[in-house]
Ligand binder design. Structure first.
Ligand SMILES: [Zn+2]
Length: 291
């Protein structure tokens, strides 16, 4: 089926107390691993492309891969710009055939973030894309010891109403990458934000956040869970392992990559199972029941 937007899958996920995994993809293997996992678990999936890949031709190439993968599955697939840096990247996402974009204005003062995100929403919606915004900057785990302001229910409600975003990333203690210490995840704050804001919330830093905390956040209204670091780490570990097994001998790289892709798909399937768990039970509904 053709690529869909966040609006086609996230409101239903939030209403049912589950979340859709968003995997960062950079090439054929990572995109195929994410989609294979979605098919194994019969769940929708978001393929997202980090803003750095928009600095050369990689985002355009990955977009073509994602369109092809979506065309050959019955599952809903979203192609999303991750942490878009400015309006020009949102326009690029529109022109490359993305169906969703994020404008990350989280390092700006709130009023400037609102103004930039509102304009990004206008561009995205005019192009038929959904749009994600962010308030209360979510750090990398390496910086997580630094005291950073958390999002508040009031600013989340103000931001959502003023910008027209379709999904909202908020800072409740998660961080990007691997944590150096056990993180403090503010689940009470997350619940209060979820009570104020009806649009789906987005969990950045889904990689290393403890599973019970991820489930708590899904229960609070987080319906998109981003996974990048852990997914990429599996790639690096498997490439190292396969290289050691090869011991200097030749192997065509499509064959070399097969076990790497399978290992990434296993990790992705594990994450999808965590996010589709409702009340401690796995449920095969969502996309399949909806269609
Ligand atoms: Zn992020």
């Amino acid at each position: 089926m053709p690529l869909v937007t966040l609006n086609d899958i996230l409101p239903a996920a939030r209403a049912e107390g589950r979340a859709v995994c968003a995997f960062n993809v950079v090439n054929c293997e990572s995109a195929k691993a994410a989609l294979d996992a979605a098919e194994r678990e019969s769940q929708p999936v978001i393929l997202q492309v980090f803003h750095r890949l928009f600095q050369d031709d990689k985002a355009r190439i990955v977009a073509a891969l994602a369109r092809d993968l979506a065309a050959h599955t019955h599952l809903p697939v979203v192609l999303h710009l991750d942490h878009g840096q400015g309006l020009e990247q949102v326009r690029q996402a529109v022109s490359y055939g993305f169906t969703s974009a994020m404008l990350d204005g989280s390092t700006l003062p709130l009023d400037e973030n609102i103004a930039a995100t509102r304009e990004a929403a206008r561009i995205a919606h005019a192009g038929g894309l959904s749009i994600e915004g962010e308030i209360g900057h979510i750090p990398s785990a390496a910086d997580a010891d630094v005291e950073l302001p958390l999002s508040t229910p009031e600013e989340a409600a103000e931001f959502a109403a003023a910008t027209g975003v379709d999904a909202l990333a908020v800072a409740v203690g998660t961080a990007h990458g691997f944590y150096r210490h056990t993180p403090t995840i503010h689940t009470d704050l997350a619940r209060r934000i979820g009570a104020e804001v009806s649009i789906p919330l987005v969990l950045h830093g889904g990689s290393d956040t403890p599973p019970d905390k991820v489930r708590d956040l899904i229960g609070a209204g987080f319906a998109k869970v981003n996974i990048a670091t852990e997914f990429f780490q599996v790639f690096l570990d498997q490439v190292r392992l396969q290289s050691e097994r090869l011991a200097g001998k030749f192997l065509p790289i499509d064959l070399f990559m097969n076990p790497v892709t399978e290992a990434m798909s296993d990790l992705a399937a594990q994450k999808i199972r965590l996010c589709k768990t409702i009340g401690g039970r796995s449920r095969h509904t969502g996309c399949c029941a909806k269609r």
